[in-house]
Ligand binder design. Structure first.
Ligand code: PMP
Ligand code: GLN
Length: 413
């Protein structure tokens, strides 16, 4: 394996999906996907396309994005970013947000470039930066000492530390808001700090906003591309999997100014060329349907939050009642919870993993039947200890399964 790929260890997803197949936990609150049906109009669109009259929808489509999809993406985002997005030149449709990240990083990061990554971070960023020949520079969000309820927004960056990471080699900063796994929704002041540093040092901002619709009141999702003079240095990423609760569809996108998007197109056209046509058509129709009811409470971009907030509150309560200390998320669909008060109840010596959150989540799944994710997977090697006291719980799960998790947690306690 080329050295730039590191040790080639199985990713957290490969490892924990194997674990699920082997141990068959009663409730899977691990990987982030809904265990209940997506909106009906979304799945109906796909089923109609495959057998519909336009059989050409089963063939290749335009490489940079199916025309009907890029047109609808432009209609959705233009009002949100206060500018007319050019569907043909400023948007690239990709194989999930993963490929958007990959094309953006491979397309812009050169050998010797540095990329600033905020910890905890979605694990693939690290690999992608290294495979482009770049060097990730990590900075952790740290919880402020607060009295009472810990919320995701009490996890903050140290301004001095962030400032000190910028230098002449810095090419890019990767932002993820709403954040996986913390659920942090970066506020305007925090985004301004990042934006001002990017502008001062001529750095690109890659903004991973796949959870953009899942933001809990009174928080607001602010797109960093809308801050003054940030459009020209920002590439923003979204995901149909997250937007429409169809994570298996693997359609994502990136949008930004033409000159930045060119580099993504080069990677995409030679590595992927084009994404699945019928699925792109179905995502396009799904957006059309939502656009027709965009400002109504029924619009999925609004209803998803109502659906999730009660699940969030329920799981927070269950965790508190069962010895965990959850950080209440302001966005997204994950909760990280400190499990260390349960230390004396669980013997981790049978597990051989290096980090104690891996040992805890594995032993806990075997004993309780509830599978969750170890957050140290989202930290660089020197900072893994910052994640080890926590476990990540996914709450986009049907109420029956959340209730089953409660029952299993109680029994285990
Ligand atoms: N970024 C973040 C922060 C994620 O949590 C995920 C997982 N959905 C992705 C990117 C990848 O998204 P996709 O499934 O669309 O490839
Ligand atoms: N984004 C999802 C999560 O964080 C799924 C990640 C994956 O399957 N690679 O759980």
């Amino acid at each position: 394996l080329p050295a730039r790929y590191g040790a080639g260890e199985a990713s957290i997803w490969v490892q924990y999906i194997e674990f699920v197949a082997k141990h068959k936990p009663a409730v899977n609150l691990g990987q982030g996907f809904p265990d209940y049906p997506p909106p009906e109009h979304v799945t109906k669109a796909l089923s109609e396309i495959a057998t519909g009259e336009n059989f050409l929808l089963n063939q290749y489509t335009r490489g940079y994005g199916h025309p009907r999809l890029v047109q609808n993406l432009s209609k959705v985002y233009s009002p949100l970013i206060n500018r007319q997005l050019d569907p043909m030149n400023e948007i690239l449709v990709t194989n999930g947000a993963y490929e958007a990240l990959f094309s953006a990083i491979l397309g812009h990061v050169d050998t010797g470039d540095e990329v600033i990554v905020i910890e905890p971070f979605f694990d693939c960023y690290d690999f992608m930066i290294r495979s482009a020949g770049g060097t990730p520079r990590f900075i952790p969000l740290k919880p402020k000492a607060t009295e009472g309820v810990q919320t995701s927004n009490s996890w903050v960056l140290d301004e001095k530390e962030l400032t000190s990471l910028f230098n002449s080699k810095t090419k890019m900063l990767i932002l993820n808001t709403p954040h996986n796994p913390l659920g942090k929704v970066f506020n305007r002041q925090e985004l301004e700090l990042i934006a001002n540093l990017c502008k001062k040092h001529n750095v690109l901002c890659l903004s991973d906003e796949v959870y953009e619709w899942m933001v809990y009141e009174p928080n607001k999702h602010i797109r960093i591309a809308t801050l003054p003079d940030m459009w020209e240095r920002t590439i923003t990423i979204g995901s149909a999997g997250k937007t429409f609760s169809v994570t298996g569809w693997k359609i994502g996108w990136a949008y930004g100014p033409v000159n930045l998007m060119k580099n993504l197109q080069v990677v995409h056209q030679n590595c992927v060329y084009t994404c699945c046509t019928p699925v792109q058509e179905a995502v396009a129709r799904s957006f059309e349907f939502e656009l027709s009811r965009i400002n109504t409470p029924e619009c999925y971009f609004n209803s998803i939050t109502r659906e999730l907030i009660s699940k969030r509150d329920y799981l927070v309560k269950v965790l508190r009642e069962n010895g965990f200390n959850p950080t209440v998320p302001d966005g997204g669909y994950f909760i990280i919870a400190d499990w260390t008060k349960l230390k004396d109840k669980i013997d981790l010596s049978s597990e051989r993993d290096k980090y104690q959150d891996y040992r805890f989540t594995k032993k806990f799944a075997k004993e309780s039947g509830v599978l969750v994710i170890p957050p140290s997977a989202f930290y660089s090697e020197p900072h893994k200890s910052l994640g080890e006291n926590f476990a990540r719980f996914c709450f986009i799960k049907k109420d029956d399964n959340l209730a089953l998790a409660e029952k299993l947690l109680k029994e285990w306690n």
